[in-house]
Design a protein. Structure first.
Length: 150
DNA sequence: GCCAACGTTGGC
DNA sequence: GCCAACGTTGGC
C-alpha cells in the first residue's frame, strides 16, 4: 500500500466538496509527472488532501484511492478548461483516479507546522519549489501526520 | 500582487 | 538537442 498527497485549491474543489460528493474523479491534472504518479496508484492507497492557495495552506484531511487510473474525460470536452486538442479517445493523454472521502481534520495542519517538524524532514510537500499537485508520501510521514498532528 | 521555481514551447 | 522565452504554480 502506498501513500500520496493530492493538492487542490479549496475554491476549486475542497475537502468539504469531497465529503459531500463522497467520491470524485480527480480530473484536470495536466502535468506528466503528476499523471504518472496517478498511474502508480492502487485502490485503497491513502491520500492526504492538501489545500493550496488558502489561509492557512495545509493538510485538510484524508482520502482514499477508489479506482485505478482511467482516461480523464475533461481532456475531450472542448468547453472544459482542461480540454486537450491532441487527445483522442483512442489515444488519451491524461488519466486520473477516483478518490473517496475518508476524514476531515478538525483543524487543517498548516504547512508551516509540517516544515517545522523534525519528524517530517525530507517530506516532499515541504521541499522548496515543490509545485507538484500529486506527490508520493512516505508511510511514516503519513502516519505521523495523521496520528500525531491531526 | 510579487516573484521564485519549475515545466513547456519553439526557433535554431 | 540546446536554451531562451514564456506560462503556471503556489507560498508569502
Amino acid at each position: 500500500m502506498n501513500y500520496w498527497v493530492l493538492k487542490s485549491e479549496p475554491t476549486a474543489y475542497s475537502i468539504d466538496d469531497l465529503k459531500r460528493d463522497k467520491r470524485t474523479a480527480w480530473e484536470g491534472v495536466r502535468n506528466y509527472q503528476a499523471r504518472n504518479f496517478m498511474k502508480d496508484m492502487a485502490v485503497g492507497d491513502l491520500v492526504l488532501f492538501y489545500h493550496s492557495s488558502t489561509e492557512p495552506v495545509g493538510v485538510a484531511g484524508v482520502a482514499k484511492v477508489a479506482s485505478l487510473a482511467h482516461p480523464d474525460e475533461s481532456q475531450f470536452n472542448k468547453r472544459d478548461h482542461h480540454f486537450d486538442p491532441k487527445a483522442t479517445a483512442e489515444k488519451p493523454i491524461w488519466h486520473c483516479v477516483d478518490v473517496s472521502f475518508v476524514h476531515k481534520f478538525k483543524e487543517p495542519i498548516p504547512l508551516g507546522a509540517i516544515k517545522a517538524d523534525p519528524n517530517l524532514r525530507g517530506i516532499l510537500l515541504a521541499a522548496q519549489g515543490s509545485r507538484l499537485s500529486v506527490q508520493p508520501l512516505a508511510e511514516k510521514h503519513f502516519k505521523y501526520i495523521v496520528d500525531e498532528l491531526a
